[in-house]
Design a protein around this ligand. Structure first.
Ligand SMILES: [Zn+2]
Length: 488
């Protein structure tokens, strides 16, 4: 193979990166890269395990003073997100990536680079290949289907891992270590309803223009929730006027903060609808003031449509629906004030919808603390029971709680300070990471997530600054050297 990166140290790190990039490895297409790792390990007489998901574990004994140290688990994922520009012709199932280096920045030609998470694979291969380094026994774990729901990490037999220290290398900012992530679950509340046909004037409310965002990563931004605002307006209207609910439709996903919500109410005569429009507008003006400076795009258009027929929802069902929405936990529920106030528990009222014969409310609660995850789940179940909804839970995954005392965190902080004369930033992310699944399955696991800087992940603009990758390698070598000599 002719390598394009030739002037970087250690040379092998970058050559392995290029070797990996030549193997197609989109999620669910990991067999080739997985088999490549088996061959790699066998050639070097290393212990290797491959499961039916194509997850891989390679173990290597401690070296150069690290023979008797406690084993350390290193971990990254084999799959990558396959995105390309509209004008790029690239077959991710059969073609390797076309890498480009310019001014020390590596990209791929019109496609994602897959540095997320090739940096982890290349780094582990470099360590496994090098007999001159000093390190404790290594248990290198390569997982599959990370990008589509942590599939490989969920299925992997964790009893094969003896290490109680884990270094995940799937963090994308140099100088930052992640030490906690959130678990989550999708909860759908469903209630069967009665409707009846009525004639009258329709009042339609069309709320749009909110900022929205990711229900985990953006929840601390206190963005307005379109579903909650709409329920507030509807509750106000239906308390003060004789309207009958016809439809509500807000939000598209459980894990996105809803930006839009559309609702319609039927009135027996047009004058009532006109009055209701004024009542709604008064409250909307108040809401606009509350949101001033926070939600610049907020808008709610009201329109009136006389001479319509519609199937209206019964009063009792409407009350249950709006009650459950307005009392549902939404937004930040708990922060860790000892750790810069990072979000521990949150909830997102992602979707509300009236169907012909059912009402639906979809929530996405998250927490890094498993008992608090249970607690918020219980609260939502109680809410559902109180308002006569049945519940469907799906896609649950565990969080990774912040540990007051962590040896691996201290080792990283010291090594980073010594190497770069700067303080390592410690962060928690309020979204899922593979560390959650491993921490949940392996009691007493001391884990950290680190990595070099990678920009624009999951897009064709993904890029890797090579000097950041070099520094990350130096940091990892220093940390492993320290772990080789300190006794537990
Ligand atoms: Zn990743």
């Amino acid at each position: 193979m002719e390598y394009i990166i030739t002037d970087r140290k250690p040379e092998k790190l970058f050559h392995f990166f290029e070797d990996i990039s030549a193997i197609p490895r989109g999620s669910k297409n990991e067999k080739a890269i997985s088999d490549y790792l088996v061959t790699f390990a066998k050639k070097r007489n290393l212990w290797v395990y491959q499961d039916t998901m194509h997850n891989i574990i390679i173990k290597k004994a401690g070296c150069n003073g690290g023979e008797n140290a406690a084993p350390v688990m290193l971990q990254g994922h084999l799959d990558m997100v396959c995105e390309k520009r509209a004008d790029t012709d690239h077959d991710f199932t059969s073609e390797g990536l076309h890498l480009h280096e310019k001014d020390g920045i590596l990209t791929a030609d019109g496609t994602t680079l897959g540095a997320d998470n090739a940096v982890a694979i290349a780094l582990m291969l470099t360590l496994l290949d090098d007999s001159a380094l000093s390190h404790p026994p290594l248990e290198c774990v390569f997982t599959t289907e990370e990008e589509i729901g942590l599939g490989g990490a969920k299925e992997l037999d964790k009893s094969l891992i003896t290490a109680r220290t884990m270094i995940n290398m799937d963090s994308e900012e140099e100088g930052v270590a992640t030490v906690s992530c959130a678990g989550g679950v999708r909860i759908e509340l469903i209630r069967p309803i009665q409707r009846k046909q009525e004639k009258g004037t329709l009042l339609v409310l069309d709320l749009t223009g909110l900022l929205g965002g990711h229900s985990g990563m953006d929840i601390q931004k206190e963005r307005a929730n379109a579903n909650l605002l709409m329920a507030r307006v509807l509750m106000n209207l239906l308390t003060k006027t004789d309207g009958m609910l016809v439809n509500v439709c807000g939000g598209s996903k459980d894990n996105a903060i809803p930006r839009e919500c559309l609702a319609s109410i039927l009135y027996k005569d047009e004058r009532q609808a006109q009055d209701a429009s004024c009542t709604a507008q008064t409250l909307l003006n108040i809401i606009a003031l509350e949101l001033e400076g926070f939600e610049p795009g907020f808008s709610c258009k009201i329109s009136i449509h006389p001479n319509e027929t519609a199937r209206v929802v019964s009063k009792e069902d409407t009350q249950a629906f709006l009650g459950a929405i307005l009392l549902a936990p939404n937004g930040v529920q708990k922060r860790n004030i000892n750790q810069h106030g990072f979000v521990v528990t949150s909830s997102n009222l992602g979707v509300i919808r009236t169907n012909d014969s059912t009402l639906h409310i979809v929530l996405s609660p998250r927490s890094s603390c498993s008992s608090l995850q249970e607690e918020i789940k219980e609260r939502i179940l109680l809410l559902a029971r109180t308002f006569g909804f049945t519940v469907e839970c799906s896609g649950e995954y565990p969080g990774w709680d912040f540990q007051e005392h962590s040896r691996i965190r201290t080792v990283f902080q010291k090594a980073y300070q010594k190497l770069f004369n700067r303080e390592l930033r410690i962060e928690a992310i309020h979204a899922g990471l593979e560390c959650g699944l491993f921490s949940d399955a392996i009691p007493g696991l001391d884990a950290i997530a680190v990595g070099p800087s990678i920009y624009n992940c999951h897009t064709p603009d993904e890029s890797l600054p090579l000097d950041s990758f070099e520094r990350f390698y130096q940091l990892m070598i220093a940390v492993l050297q320290n772990l080789a000599v300190i006794s537990e």
